[in-house]
Design a protein around this ligand. Structure first.
Ligand SMILES: *Cc1c(COP(=O)(O)O)cnc(C)c1O
Length: 480
């Protein structure tokens, strides 16, 4: 690692550090007699400590071990992260401050409503902000991720159809959709009706019209679509679906392109998920909780999952909603995400959110302008917050970027173009960072293709077998 001598990739496992008997904590002796423990927990409840194979390290040893590992991490705090569709924007630190306020962080889910007034007020306000930003009648904060929001939304569509005495069999999902859309529709037993994109990268209207009928529960549509292009026929699409008695599910993962400029509810979208962990700067990428809040039109409002956070004399969980689809989760374990998103919205305000979207669009177009000489641009239509290029050696390009300190863009998605490289720089990158990113992209495009086949070389491990960890997982440390 030239110039990066701080990196030591030869880090042992925690089990291989330390020495028998060494410890970083002093636990008090157990004061309960063994018999009492057995009475309480049953015969096999208590493990003898020497039956457990645990690392035996001092505090400095274990602290240094994890600190060294953390330096291998690629994160939004260390580098640009242009992973398309994922909106890897910087997470402002003030969100963390708010999320950790003891009054929020230490809440217990079984506290009575009278003790939760501040938290409920925050949820109520956040619901209203999102409803205003998206142009919806109401919002539920229950779903824990975008895909979970899709699940909730399609369940509401199905419930609304059922309330009219209808069962429909099909769901239209354009070919450009994120995989979670057809997966969600299939989960509910709908036959997936595909619609191709036209030469401009937008939904082919003639094909769409030919496939729409009164057996379609509706359409699941992303706008801007996964090519980063604005579906300019969106209002007409919604109108036609409604004429056939169907509903429009909006995949809101790309809302970062629209805030303060256009409202999906105004296009005629009936239900949409917000990815608070994308657009509204709650951390993601680490596998922690997200929040896939859903906004609904008036027609779907009665079907919202219970409880709905409501305001009467005080704030309360409303569970008396006869048409509700029921609960889609038990507790608000992701409440911290709501605090962070609320903080972000309050910090930026309406003007600030609009600016964020404008700059996200500007940044993507800057990258597009700088790279179009070096990568093939399959659609010439002006892009919004992300740009999709293609290349014949996409995988090698992605691996080569790792050696240049860049996180690769999303690759091989969307599927409608072959060898996609989907770049979403987000608004939080400065011009200097965008230039670094573009120069890395240009350098790999000009690199000897044979040499790139060996990339990455500046990582702990080189080119990995992409399927091995899933096909042959080794999950247990073998103590020898
Ligand atoms: C991220 C994403 C989803 C799914 O959201 P999760 O929060 O990851 O479940 C759906 N559609 C699109 C277009 C996305 O980018």
């Amino acid at each position: 690692m030239i110039g990066r001598t701080n990196f030591d990739f030869a880090e042992n496992l925690s089990f291989e550090h330390g020495s028998p008997g060494r410890s970083g904590v002093d636990l008090p002796a157990v004061s309960m007699p063994d018999a009492a423990v057995r009475d309480l927990l049953g015969e096999h409840a208590r493990l003898e400590s020497d039956a457990l194979v645990l690392p035996e390290c001092s505090e400095p040893e274990i602290n240094r071990h994890y600190t060294r590992l953390s330096r291998w991490n690629f994160s939004i705090d260390t580098n640009t992260y242009p992973l398309g569709s994922c909106t890897m924007k910087y997470n402002p630190r003030i969100n963390e401050w708010a999320g950790r306020l003891p009054g929020f962080a230490n809440l217990h889910p079984y506290l009575p409503e009278s003790r939760l007034q501040g938290a409920l007020e925050l949820m109520w306000d956040l619901q209203n902000y999102l409803a205003e930003i998206g142009g919806f009648e109401a919002v539920s904060l229950q779903p824990a991720a975008g895909a979970h929001g899709e699940f909730t939304g399609v369940m509401m569509i199905q419930a609304a159809l059922k309330a009219r005495g209808e069962t429909r069999t099909k769901m239209i999902v354009p070919h450009s959709a994120h995989g979670t859309n057809p997966a969600t529709a299939a989960f509910f037993g709908y036959e997936i009706v595909n619609v191709e994109s036209g030469p401009d990268g937008l939904i082919d209207m003639a094909e769409f019209k030919s496939k729409l009928d009164n057996q379609c529960a509706g359409i699941m549509i992303t706008n801007p679509n996964t090519l980063g292009l604005f579906e300019k026929n969106i209002s007409e699409i919604c109108k036609l679906v409604h004429e056939y008695g169907g509903f429009v599910y909006g995949d809101g993962a790309n809302l970062n392109a629209l805030m303060g400029m256009a409202r999906p509810g105004d296009f005629g979208i009936d239900v949409m998920h917000f990815n608070l962990h994308k657009t509204f700067t709650t951390p993601h990428g680490g596998g922690g909780p997200g929040c896939g809040a859903v906004g609904v039109s008036k027609a779907l409002e009665p079907f919202l999952p219970i409880p709905v956070v409501a305001k009467g004399k005080g704030y309360y969980f409303d569970t008396h909603r006869p048409q509700s689809i029921g609960r889609v989760r038990s507790f608000y374990g992701n409440f911290g995400m709501m605090v962070r998103a609320f903080t972000y919205i309050r910090e930026l305000g309406g003007e600030g959110l609009k600016q964020a979207s404008e700059r996200a669009v500007l940044n993507a177009n800057y990258v597009k302008a700088r790279l179009k000489k070096y990568y093939h641009l399959p659609y010439k239509t002006d892009c919004l917050h992300e740009v999709v290029f293609t290349h014949k050696n996409t995988l090698d390009i992605a691996k080569g970027l790792i050696d240049r300190g860049m996180h690769p863009p999303t690759i091989y998605f969307p599927l409608i173009v072959s060898g996609a490289l989907m770049i979403e720089p987000t608004e939080t990158e400065s011009k200097e960072e965008l230039d670094n990113l573009c120069e890395a992209f240009i350098e790999v495009a000009q690199e000897d293709p044979e040499k790139l086949k060996g990339a990455p070389i500046h990582t702990a491990l080189g080119r990995l077998n992409e399927a091995q960890a899933a096909r042959n997982p080794i999950l247990v440390y073998q103590h020898v």
